[in-house]
Design a protein around this ligand. Structure first.
Ligand code: SF4
Length: 637
């Protein structure tokens, strides 16, 4: 357990106290008693897990028991910053969120851009732990060193954008930042998300449902404290250098955001089309960046670029519809949402897809899971598993945008067929039976995103073995499988995306690096997965020499602790698998043997046994023996 005041920082810093880069305080809010408690940031946790995802994983592991109901007061919702948060290092306004997922029943974590993380840290906090459950709807205001839990009676029942508007009116000062849930979170739809300031989401795994189960409608935060760093001049020079590199190298991302990828991914035959029955979409040009530019020039759409704290990229592309059937809608457009709510549902009308995104963000549901679940329902309809009567009279045919709009509403509110679908495609398939599970494109209950595991074998491996289920963000293998990136200890890596060889080894390193990025709480996109730059900046922040290998060890520890959490919930090798479609229809049965070999190689590279359990040697090496003792699976085996 993270003990407050525990002293292990000497391993890194030679000091018996927290190094620079931390504020030294964690705020615990018990919503059952409406009590706020300040605690000291654990020195040992900071050293062993850095912050962000690492710290969130550690707190969640220590403070929850196995098999708790994710929607019960026993679950925790942890918001954690990192040692670089709120410094001059680019992209350090982010926040990490950790919780037990109501969608998957295993660990859930998200890294969210924007300004919430820097504001929380400037309010003097390294982390916020929300526990218990309020009797009545409430919201939390953190204003520098003061904390207040207020009634949310006037906000409950409102969607995200209206809630944000009201919150901004109530907290008139413009420097507050907000995390808020919509009606989907209030009614605990399993893939409900948290909306941050209207443009960023803690999208995956159902954080919004956990917040809703605690009757916590919103969090408002602001602060003015400075985060002290050991060598400000050095850090400033390094930050300037990184800013220049990012400005010069990420021209496409600055211009188009991530949505520009849709055409190239289609070219590679890697798009989800009609629930991954196909991988190439004939009408993709209707959704591509040229079409968006054309509509902007024609005055139909307006594009607004936004950046996160200290980021020169501005990849958030907010689009407002000025003319047409969905005039007035506004949403942030990015590749995953576009692909999952467009080609995946057989829809090529740009305004319709933008409208779906607006609805998802407003109700507060994850666009990736929503797209995956609706595609699942449409394929069940195509195959006669779901009838028109089952679908509340709707024709769930591919491309039916009216039905998609209605399904988003029903899922969010828990009406009609939405009562089944809101639990995610895995649970819905069990309820529907009749072989529906074959059409649920998920891993461990999390809908897989928009990079086909048939086209990117390494990405498929990560979907299968990742700690939060079918998700690309826990290790962006598809980036490496498209072009060469530099990995610490491995140098430039270029790989054949259709090959299985070496993918287990590479995936291990990429996962570890990404766990570091998420624990520093910086943005993946400008990082290029290169830890050299971050180790220099972290050294200047903490005042201690940190090597990339030190960081990699922390990343490995975070991954292994996430695995221990999931083993405690019953996860084993049988769960590290892709949907059968990717072996039967597209890559053939022989590929299943190659896939199993990839998993074997991955387990070996991790130091796990054949069942996917960390070996004693690995646990000793990572100082995770105390955590292991709480599970003791060797004895069980
Ligand atoms: S690259 Fe984009 S998501 Fe990342 S910090 Fe910058 S603006 Fe935010």
């Amino acid at each position: 357990m993270c003990q407050t005041g525990e002293i292990v920082a000497r391993m890194v810093t030679g000091l018996n106290e927290l190094p620079f880069g931390y504020m030294g305080k964690v705020l615990r809010i018990d919503l059952t008693t409406h009590k706020a408690t300040e605690q000291k940031t654990s020195v040992s946790c900071s050293e062993s897990f850095l912050g962000g995802r690492g710290l969130g994983t550690k707190i969640l592991f220590d403070e929850t028991e196995a098999n708790i109901d994710p929607l019960s007061p026993a679950n925790k919702l942890i918001f954690a910053t990192g040692p670089l948060t709120a410094t001059k290092v680019p992209t350090t306004g982010r926040i990490a969120v950790a919780f037990k997922s109501p969608l998957t029943g295993i660990i859930g974590h998200c890294s969210v851009g924007g300004f919430f993380g820097s504001s929380l840290k400037m309010a003097g906090l390294d982390a916020l732990i929300v526990e218990g459950s309020s009797e009545d709807p409430c919201y939390l205001v953190i204003d520098s060193n003061s904390y207040e839990i207020k009634s949310a009676d006037e906000l409950w029942g409102l969607n995200s954008y209206t809630s944000l508007k009201r919150l901004r009116e109530k907290n008139a000062a413009r420097d507050f930042r907000f995390a808020v849930i919509g009606k989907a979170g209030e009614s605990t739809a399993a893939f409900a998300c948290i909306n941050f300031d209207g443009g960023r989401q803690a999208g995956r795994c159902g954080s919004g449902a956990v917040m809703g189960s605690k009757k916590l409608k919103a969090i408002a935060v602001r602060g003015q404290s400075r985060c002290e760093v050991a060598k400000p001049e050095v850090l400033e020079a390094l930050s300037r250098k990184m800013t220049t590199r990012v400005m010069e190298s990420l021209i496409d991302l600055r211009r188009h955001g991530t949505s520009g990828s849709i055409s190239s991914v289609n070219e590679l035959r890697a798009l989800p089309v009609r629930n991954y029955q196909l991988s190439h979409f004939e009408s993709v040009e209707q959704l591509g960046s040229d079409k968006i530019r054309e509509k902007i020039e024609a005055g139909e759409l307006r594009l607004i670029s936004r950046s996160c704290w200290m980021c020169p990229v501005g990849c958030e592309k907010s689009i407002r519809i000025l003319k047409g059937k969905h005039e007035g809608d506004e949403t942030s457009i990015e590749f995953e949402s576009l692909a999952m709510l467009g080609p995946n549902l057989g829809i090529s009308d740009l305004q319709s897809v933008l409208h779906f995104m607006t609805l998802c963000d407003d109700f507060g549901v994850d666009t990736v899971s929503t797209g995956g679940v609706i595609a699942f329902a449409m394929e069940c309809f195509q195959r006669g598993i779901v009838s028109r009567q089952d679908a509340d009279g709707m024709e769930l045919s591919w491309g039916n945008d009216t039905a998609v709009e209605e399904l988003i509403r029903k899922i969010s509110l828990g009406e009609g067929i939405g009562r089944t679908l809101r639990h995610g495609s895995l649970k819905a398939s069990k309820e529907l039976a009749k072989g529906a599970s074959e059409f649920a494109m998920q891993v461990k209950g999390l809908e897989i995103p928009a990079w086909s595991p048939a086209a990117f074998k390494g990405m498929g491996l990560v979907y299968a073995v990742g700690d939060r289920g079918g998700d690309h963000l826990q290790a962006p293998m598809m980036r490496i499988e498209q072009k060469s990136w530099v990995l610490p200890g491995l140098g430039p890596v270029a790989m054949d995306r259709s090959a299985s060889e070496s993918k287990g080894d590479i995936a291990t390193v990429v996962q570890d690096v990404k766990a570091v990025i998420d624990s520093l709480v910086v943005c993946l996109l400008p990082s290029k997965l290169d830890l050299e730059e971050y180790s220099l900046m972290l050294s200047a922040t903490l005042g201690a020499e940190i090597e990339p290998t030190d960081l990699l060890k922390i990343g490995e520890r975070v991954i292994n602790l996430g695995r221990l959490f999931n083993i405690r919930e019953g996860v084993s090798r049988k769960d590290d698998i892709l949907p059968g479609r990717f072996f039967q229809n597209q890559i053939g049965k022989g590929e299943k043997i190659a896939f199993d070999a990839m998993v074997d190689q991955y387990y070996r590279a991790r130091g796990w046994d054949k069942e996917g359990r960390p070996t004693m040697r690995k646990l000793v090496d990572l100082h995770l023996i105390e955590e292991y003792r709480r599970i003791n699976y060797m004895k069980v085996a």
